[in-house]
Design a protein around this ligand. Structure first.
Ligand code: NAD
Length: 234
């Protein structure tokens, strides 16, 4: 489709899969990655999303190569789980800085790039835990709930500029991020998941592609759970 697409946290997992899917559709994809080498065949732009100046530089590099950003997928995210009384300021702050402030940094910069064309798609990666919460995940759940508020405010601010802003809220998806979950925790979550299995990366990619497509032209401010029913009704 030849659109200029910017994906944060695209070195593995959902971000890498979504970057490859857009590239396979014929889009020009820039992958913002924090360290290491860029994924093969995609334009790699280095930035820690928690650092606004680095994100701005990365978006400028992508623009120079691909033109103004038309689609942003703010996907970069981390977990640092621990119960409240053991959670350090740093653990709380780092998760908020990457997951919530990082998305804000990427959106602010990418939207500046989108505005002249009065056209754009923003998709934020939240989580079913953003509405459910989870023990040991005060930092993560707060950051993911924050993304929903961010998206809804942006939907108001950007609606008349032709830019839609939506959220995908995955349940448990089989990636490196969830590989470390204990069997007990996995069983607990599966009991609350009507479809009774973890999702695949491709099932999340399908939702992101839809929200970034012309088919989703009248959808903004929406939170789309891709969770096998985990957390439905919230
Ligand atoms: P992952 O850990 O496999 O990949 C995360 C990516 O983000 C990595 O490429 C990592 O390098 C990058 N990243 C982390 N911090 C960064 C930073 N400061 N700057 C730039 N890049 C950074 O995770 P995943 O499972 O692919 O998850 C992707 C997104 O989906 C995350 O936001 C996650 O919270 C969300 N999510 C995942 C699941 C799941 O079950 N896997 C469920 C709900 C939500």
């Amino acid at each position: 489709m030849n659109r200029s697409v910017f994906v944060t946290g695209g070195s593995r997992g959902i971000g890498l899969a979504v970057a490859r899917a857009f590239a396979a559709d014929g889009d020009k994809v820039a992958v913002c990655h924090r360290s290491g080498n860029p994924p093969e065949g995609l334009l790699g732009v280095k930035a820690d999303v928690a650092e606004p100046a680095e994100v701005e530089r990365a978006v400028r590099e992508a623009e120079a190569e691909h033109g103004a950003v038309e689609v942003l997928v703010a996907n970069a995210g981390i977990t640092q789980d621990t119960p409240l009384l053991r959670m350090s300021d740093q653990q709380f702050g780092d998760v908020l800085a990457t997951n919530l402030t990082g998305a804000f940094n990427a959106v602010r910069t990418a939207v500046r790039s989108m505005l002249p064309a009065r056209r754009g798609r923003v998709v934020l990666l939240s989580s079913a835990l953003g509405f459910l919460g989870a023990p040991g995940q005060t930092n993560y759940a707060a950051s993911k709930a924050g993304l929903m508020g961010l998206a809804r405010s942006l939907a108001w601010e950007l609606g008349d500029r032709g830019i839609t802003v939506n959220v995908v809220a995955p349940g448990i998806i089989s990636t490196d991020m969830t590989a470390a979950l204990s069997e007990r925790r996995m069983d607990d979550v599966m009991r609350m998941t009507p479809l009774g299995r973890p999702g695949t990366v491709d099932e999340v990619v399908a939702a992101i592609r839809f929200l970034a497509s012309e088919d989703a032209s009248y959808i903004t401010g929406a939170v789309l759970p891709v969770s096998g029913g985990l957390g439905m009704g919230h």
